[in-house]
Design a binder for this molecule. Structure first.
Ligand SMILES: Cc1cc2nc3c(=O)[nH]c(=O)nc-3n(C[C@H](O)[C@H](O)[C@H](O)COP(=O)(O)OP(=O)(O)OC[C@H]3O[C@@H](n4cnc5c(N)ncnc54)[C@H](O)[C@@H]3O)c2cc1C
Length: 591
């Protein structure tokens, strides 16, 4: 099989992947870069980000505050050296994006406008109305076009990392248009494949977020770090899971239960301010607590019978109301027009006149491919950045608007270290890589095209995986619920071997890619559930009913899940603490 070679391969054409491609061009425009993406880059999930991207810009803010908020928000699990690199490089990255054409909203005096976001003591979220991800991805995509040495492999689907001599030297990928399997060589490879929210049934995540890069790295021997930490966003639209951005609360929206009561005042998140008093900024009110706490408060209201029963096509679901009516039509149209559009189209209500029904929805994976502060994994030649990676800056709970900035900072950092690695490792073993890709081709043909008659279905296994993740490994977890989920996943991995596909065609065979994605999802789900079972404490988004307290003595450590032939092996690694000793997480107080 022929091998197409580049200095550096990037798997993923979302925010992290494109920022990495640009950073390589900035370092050395002569280096050849291959960007592989299973969808056209502008369709990557980054495009759907709404609320904004955090970076210090205002005089009343400081890098120290951004670091402190991020560390406290992550319940002291973030590595503090990584957080410091993140907050200090963030403003420069955001200005660069401005130069590349991202239309950040402005204050009347022309300076960059920022909005408050959850868990942040100062306003630092830059935004482009409520379509921030769309504008950021556009600016990155257009900028990447100016580098002639970037070759894009759009609609190519990565299947396997190719390794020789103990290092990753390329990728085997399926060209979706032709169905051919191709070998791509690279002196260094950066995974930028995004998250894995699709292991759960109710999620804001696009269907393409199936943990592909996580599974590829896991299969290549790289541990998954902190996978038990799954973020539920408190405000998803029932039925679809479409996100109502935190910006709706940042701009002053409030959450009320079935009695019209602002229930968050009962959960140590501060006292309600008068929403009609223009002199009172909303930033320290309880709706801007961190996402884990807000999602947990919903579950408590549910237990108390205080949620609203809503009829949907899928049956009756429990919701609370997000009320933005007091903001008025003018502000809604200026600051959060997309919220209005989404609520009208997908919930059939106009938020100018009616409250929006919402419930917690799986949104983001704090965990991912374990990397160091420069994006390097434990396998030489392999790097990772963006949501698929765990650097880690998000710890047990990510603060809203840190992710878009993370993919800029660490997309660029991983690219710079990949450039160095490629310079130090100039040779790849073309024959070995081609041979491995040919083996992969044979394996795919045998497994999916010649096999058949298996009694399991894709949809059946996926539904059972989704259900067991939600019931056993959701917002609140117990030993028994997690054990049941782990057992179920073990069973599903076995039964997955019996799945067959009926479409045997070559061109855009989405049944085939869906099947391969389900294999990736099962690997990611296993790492989540087993890591959650092993962590016998409650921290951030990981809430164990049977171990309700945080236990720094034993668990101020990152979990590392290693793939084995049986259950994953869980090890631990110390958290890097530099300046901010662990303390209690307190919200809703004035500074
Ligand atoms: C609805 C929504 C709103 C959000 N809003 C915000 C916000 O306001 N602020 C914020 O900070 N964060 C937000 N987030 C989170 C943030 O948008 C994501 O974490 C971030 O955009 C992920 O970027 P990424 O580059 O890592 O991955 P993605 O943008 O998901 O890109 C992944 C890329 O990998 C490619 N890929 C994946 N698997 C394969 C494979 N097997 N072969 C080839 N290519 C592959 C895909 O084609 C794609 O190009 C939001 C997320 C969602 C879902």
């Amino acid at each position: 099989m022929d091998l197409q070679s580049h200095d550096i391969l990037i798997v993923g054409g979302g925010g992290a992947g494109l920022r990495a491609a640009i950073a390589i061009g900035e370092e050395n425009p002569r280096l050849s870069v291959g960007v592989i993406s299973k969808v056209y880059p502008m369709r990557s999930h980054t495009v759907s980000a709404e609320g904004g991207a955090a970076a210090v810009i205002k005089p009343n803010d400081s890098l120290d505050d951004h670091a402190k908020d991020t560390i406290a928000g992550g319940d002291w699990l973030p590595d503090q050296d990584a957080v410091w690199a993140f907050v200090s490089e963030a403003p420069k990255e955001m200005v660069l994006l401005e130069h590349w054409g991202c239309p950040w909203n402005r204050e009347p005096d022309g300076s960059v406008a920022v909005r408050p976001f959850g868990g942040m003591q100062n306003e630092r979220t830059w935004f482009a109305a409520d379509k921030t991800g769309f504008h950021m991805l556009h600016a990155l995509f257009q900028t990447s076009l100016k580098y002639n040495n970037v070759t894009r492999y759009d609609e190519w689907f990565a299947l396997k990392l190719l390794q020789d001599d103990g290092r990753v030297q390329g990728v085997a990928a399926l060209e979706l248009r032709t169905g051919a399997i191709r070998a791509l060589g690279g002196k260094a490879t950066i995974l930028c494949t995004g998250g894995a929210g699709r292991i759960f049934p109710f999620t804001t995540n696009a269907a393409i977020k199936s943990g592909d890069g996580m599974a590829l790295a896991y299969r290549a021997g790289v541990p998954m770090k902190d996978m038990e930490f799954v973020q539920y966003h408190p405000t998803g639209l029932p039925g679809t899971g479409i996100l109502i951005t935190e910006a709706a609360r940042g701009e002053g929206g409030i959450l009320v239960n079935k009695d019209g009561y602002r229930y968050l005042q009962d959960y140590n998140l501060g006292q309600p301010l008068d929403v009609h008093d223009p002199k009172h900024p909303q930033k320290k009110t309880m709706e801007l607590g961190p996402r884990d706490r807000l999602s947990q408060a919903f579950m408590k209201e549910l237990d108390k019978g205080k949620t609203v029963k809503l009829e949907t096509a899928a049956g009756v679901v429990d919701v609370v109301h997000l009320d933005v009516r007091h903001l008025g039509e003018k502000k809604i149209m200026k600051k959060i027009p997309f919220v209005r559009e989404l609520a009208k189209n997908y919930a059939g209500i106009d938020p100018v006149h009616q409250p929006i029904p919402v419930r917690p929805v799986v949104h983001y994976m704090m965990g991912g491919v374990s990397t160091d502060i420069d994006g390097a994994t434990s396998v030489p030649g392999l790097f990772a950045a963006g949501e698929c990676a765990c650097v880690s800056i998000n710890g047990a709970n990510r603060l809203g608007s840190n992710s878009l900035t993370e993919l800029l900072v660490f997309g660029a950092r991983s690219a710079r270290s990949a450039v160095k690695f490629a310079a130090d490792h100039p040779n790849i073993n073309a024959a070995a890589l081609s041979g491995q890709a040919a083996d992969e081709q044979r394996a795919i043909v045998q497994r999916w095209f010649q096999g058949g008659g298996g009694k399991e279905t894709l949809a059946g296994i996926r539904l059972e995986m989704n259900t067991t993740m939600e019931t056993g490994c959701g917002i609140y977890r117990t030993e028994a619920s997690l054990q049941t989920t782990c057992n179920k996943l073990r069973e599903l991995k076995e039964r997955f071997k019996q799945v067959s596909i009926s479409d045997k065609s070559n061109s855009f065979n989405t049944e085939l890619t869906t099947a391969i994605e389900l294999g990736y999802l099962l690997d990611a789900a296993e790492a989540v559930a087993f890591s959650a079972l092993a962590r016998k404490e409650s921290r951030g988004s990981h809430q164990r009913v049977d171990f309700p307290a945080r236990n720094d003595q034993e668990y101020l450590r990152h979990s590392l899940a290693f793939r084995t032939d049986g259950d994953p092996r869980i090890e631990y690694k110390d958290v890097v603490i530099t300046k901010w000793p662990p303390a209690e997480r307190v919200y809703g107080q004035t500074k």
